[in-house]
Design a protein around this ligand. Structure first.
Ligand SMILES: Cc1cc2nc3c(=O)[nH]c(=O)nc-3n(C[C@H](O)[C@H](O)[C@H](O)COP(=O)(O)OP(=O)(O)OC[C@H]3O[C@@H](n4cnc5c(N)ncnc54)[C@H](O)[C@@H]3O)c2cc1C
Length: 501
């Protein structure tokens, strides 16, 4: 039985299990596609009267908020700047094997996301059903090293038992050592007692854990921020504490596999959520300004259209929000947070495979390296685990230099670097796509991260509403991270909006 509670205006809210409607999904998908196909002028003429809420952004957080508000009887319209649904969830349907270019893995702790997928009738694949990148070899300081040789290798900088940790696992395992957040509630990272760890991660690794420079250099190769000296240790501690929570769930609950993906590609989930909305998502609606007159919010779009509703939920990532004008202005602390908080960077270069190059040099197909292309992986996503495509995946500081290149130059630069490092790759690759959220107008980066000092200054305040505007998005999540963080934030923003409806 659902619990019922009342809003300030007396509206009754059902707080029990949610009812995403599969019937609506099927019924409205045709109309969503029809509206998406209309020319801009016709879409601009669409008239929405009596909207209770606008949701800006058709990523997971915005869509989850929109679905929840609709379930509670509100008239909701979602505006999306891109010409597709899903935001940072993006399955590449034109690359063999359909790899994920954005949000990829759901952990055992992704309760809201799994619940939504199953309510919409989507199937999920467990770790044994998604065959992907397999064994790595390592290329460090110009030398190839096999996994079996790493513990005894002279280039291994670690001591004692740590020497067993493979290079691609170093960041995860070593960052989690003596983690003060381990076993704490998931929101402990913002408590004042832990603010002493809001310091550079490199400092923490050196001074608290005693790691040497080379260990820290290798940990920093594939970093989900920009550089560890520019990352709060508290941010990394939180990252691994959430991972630990998920791992514990997977270990104790056989029904919750450690990793899952949506069958047919993760994009199927936001698409199904969007299609379940009665008002189809308006695509190509880039919002550049909000006006709040105290009783209504108007969102102004780049194509000259305006949409007005009683409240708005804004799920844009901060690097995009920086360019958006608010009337009245945002409070100073919020403006500073939006200006200063950044997202990790990455760029992916996807390739078709023209030959099984690993049969020529007999090394494992995938490489984890300290070269400019960082990780080069062969996806095995064929029906029987056959190799399907390859990707060079560059994260963090190393990804910034690609800002100065066109897509063609990125592909050329990466191919040449790969061929220099591994001659067997000559003639084996054909670039088919470059993907980087950081390069996209509506993106800004991969995942939010906190620089030293930012957790203490901003993390407790990012969920505050501004008049009738609420803020959602993975960056505002308190407990979870990534895709589940997006769901958590959408739920919180929807409840805030409902309480004022
Ligand atoms: C390469 C990569 C790998 C990842 N891997 C994982 C993973 O394995 N597991 C995991 O949990 N998470 C992962 N993530 C993170 C995860 O994808 C995101 O945290 C999550 O999808 C964010 O959802 P969101 O709704 O908060 O933001 P978004 O998905 O960014 O949604 C915001 C929406 O707002 C739209 N928008 C932006 N500006 C405007 C504007 N001005 N007007 C209108 N609309 C606008 C955007 O187009 C977008 O659709 C990964 C991300 C990337 C990029």
């Amino acid at each position: 039985m659902p619990d019922h509670t009342k809003t300030a205006q007396g509206r009754e809210l059902a707080m029990g299990p949610r009812r995403y409607s599969r019937r609506r999904f099927i019924g409205s998908s045709a109309s969503a596609l029809a509206v998406a196909a209309l020319p801009g002028a016709a879409r601009a003429a669409t008239n929405y009267k009596g909207l209770d809420a606008l949701v800006i952004g058709a990523g997971l957080s915005g869509l989850h908020a929109a679905c929840l508000l609709q379930e509670q009887g509100l008239n909701v319209l979602t505006l999306e700047g891109r010409n597709r649904i899903g935001g940072r969830v993006y399955t590449l349907m034109d690359v063999p094997g359909n790899p994920e270019a954005g949000g990829e893995w759901m952990g055992a702790n992704y309760a809201r996301m799994m619940d939504t997928a199953s309510k919409l009738g989507l199937e999920m694949l467990g770790p044994n059903e998604v065959s992907d990148i397999r064994e790595w070899c390592y290329r460090i300081r110009g030398e190839y090293i096999l996994a079996a040789d790493w513990p005894g290798h002279p280039l291994n900088p670690m001591q004692g038992d740590d020497r067993q940790i493979l290079p691609h696992r170093m960041l995860f395992v070593l960052s989690h050592k003596n983690n003060p957040l381990s076993g704490q509630p998931l929101d402990a990272w913002i408590t004042p007692e832990l603010a002493r760890y809001d310091i550079p991660q490199t400092h923490y690794l050196k001074e608290y854990l005693g790691f040497n420079e080379e260990t820290i250099r290798l940990m920093n190769v594939v970093i989900h921020t920009d550089h560890m000296n520019n990352t709060s240790a508290l941010h990394e501690m939180r990252r691994y504490a959430v991972g630990e929570f998920s791992a514990k769930l997977a270990a104790t609950r056989p029904d919750l596999p450690a990793w899952r993906q949506i069958k047919g590609g993760n994009s199927r989930l936001p698409e199904a959520m969007a299609a379940s909305l009665e008002n189809p998502v308006e695509l190509n609606k880039t919002v550049y300004a909000f006006e709040d007159n105290g009783s209504e919010v108007t969102a102004h779009c780049m194509d000259g259209t305006r949409y007005t509703a009683r409240q708005a939920i804004c799920s844009m990532p901060y690097p995009v929000l920086r360019k958006v004008k608010f009337t009245p202005r945002l409070p100073a602390r919020m403006e500073r947070a939006i200006d200063e908080i950044d997202y990790g960077t990455s760029i992916q270069v996807h390739f078709l495979l023209k030959k099984n190059f690993w049969e020529f040099d007999e090394l494992p197909a995938s490489m984890w390296t300290d070269e400019p292309f960082e990780r080069f992986g062969v996806h095995h996503r064929g029906p029987n685990g056959e190799p399907t495509s390859a990707v060079a995946f560059i994260n963090g500081n190393d990804a910034y230099k690609y800002d100065f290149m066109t897509d063609e130059q990125v592909a050329e630069f990466t191919m040449r670097a790969l061929e220099r490092a591994r001659p067997a790759l000559k003639g084996a690759l054909e670039p088919i796509g470059i993907q980087s959220c950081h390069r996209e107008v509506h993106g800004g980066g991969d995942w939010v991260f906190w620089r030293p000092g930012q957790v203490s200054r901003f993390a407790a305040h990012m969920r505050e509403a501004h008049g009738n505007i609420h803020f959602a998005g993975e960056h505002t999540a308190l407990l979870e991270r990534g895709m589940e963080g997006a769901f958590e934030s959408g739920e919180r923003a929807a409840v805030d909006a409902l309480l004022r409806a």
